[in-house]
Design a protein around this ligand. Structure first.
Ligand code: ZN
Length: 206
C-alpha cells in the first residue's frame, strides 16, 4: 500500500469517526413546572431566562426551588423553561438518597410511577408524585437517526472516551424527534462515574 492509499484510508476513518460522534450534555438536578404550580411557587411573576440550553427553545431560568424529601433538603434547584403541561422533578440517584426518596428511572414525561416530593419557595409549596431519575437518552433528529442507523425508542450502548475512565453505558434510549439537536443526556452521577469533564463526545457501539 502506498502513502496516498494510506492517507485516503486515514481520512475516511477520521471522517467516519467525526460523523458518528455525539456531543455529551450533563443534566444537573432540575424542575419543570406547569402553570398551576408556577402560580403557587412564583405568584405574579414571569419566568425569566438565565441561559439557553442546547435543545431549541429550552432554557435555564433565573428561578430556583428547594426540594424537600422525608430525609433531606436540596436548595437552589433550577427551574427549566418554558412551562410544561405537567410538573416534573429530575434528580440523580445520589440526590434521591439525600432526599430519602426512591424515584423510578424512566424517560421524561413518564410519571406513572414517579414518587412524591415537595417543592418550596418563599411564596408557597407544592407536594406531588412527580419525582424521577431521568433514563439516559440521546436527542436527535430523524435525519440523524437515519445516518446513525437507529430508530426512535431503540435502546443502544454508547462509549464515552474520557481520561482514565472510558466507559460504556447501555440502556440508552434513542429519542428521534423533528427539531431535536443531537446530544446524549446523562446526569451528574453518570458523568462523574465516567469522568466527564469539559467537551466529551460519545459514539454508539454494538
Ligand atoms: Zn434530554
Amino acid at each position: 500500500m502506498d502513502r496516498e492509499q494510506i492517507r485516503a484510508i486515514v481520512r475516511e476513518v477520521i471522517e467516519a469517526m467525526f460523523e458518528s460522534s455525539i456531543p455529551v450534555g450533563v443534566s444537573n438536578r432540575h424542575v419543570h413546572l406547569c402553570q398551576e404550580d408556577w402560580d403557587i411557587l412564583f405568584p405574579n411573576q414571569a419566568i425569566t431566562k438565565k441561559s439557553d440550553l442546547k435543545q431549541t427553545g429550552e432554557f435555564a431560568s433565573e428561578q430556583t426551588v428547594t426540594l424537600v424529601g422525608p430525609k433531606g433538603v436540596i436548595q437552589n434547584v433550577r427551574v427549566l423553561g418554558p412551562l410544561r403541561k405537567q410538573s416534573q422533578v429530575e434528580v440523580s440517584l445520589t440526590d434521591a438518597r439525600t432526599l430519602g426518596v426512591k424515584p423510578p428511572i424512566v424517560l421524561s414525561g413518564h410519571l406513572e410511577s414517579a414518587v412524591e416530593i415537595t417543592l418550596c419557595t418563599e411564596n408557597g409549596e407544592v407536594t406531588k408524585p412527580i419525582c424521577i431519575v431521568a433514563k439516559r437518552h440521546i436527542h436527535m433528529s430523524p435525519e440523524d437517526a437515519k445516518r446513525l442507523h437507529v430508530i426512535d425508542g431503540e435502546s443502544v450502548s454508547v462509549e464515552l472516551q474520557t481520561p482514565e475512565r472510558t466507559t460504556v453505558f447501555s440502556d440508552v434510549i434513542i429519542r428521534a424527534v423533528p427539531g431535536f439537536v443531537l446530544e446524549l443526556h446523562i446526569d451528574t452521577d453518570e458523568a462523574n462515574a465516567a469522568n466527564v469533564q469539559g467537551t466529551v463526545m460519545a459514539r454508539i457501539v454494538q
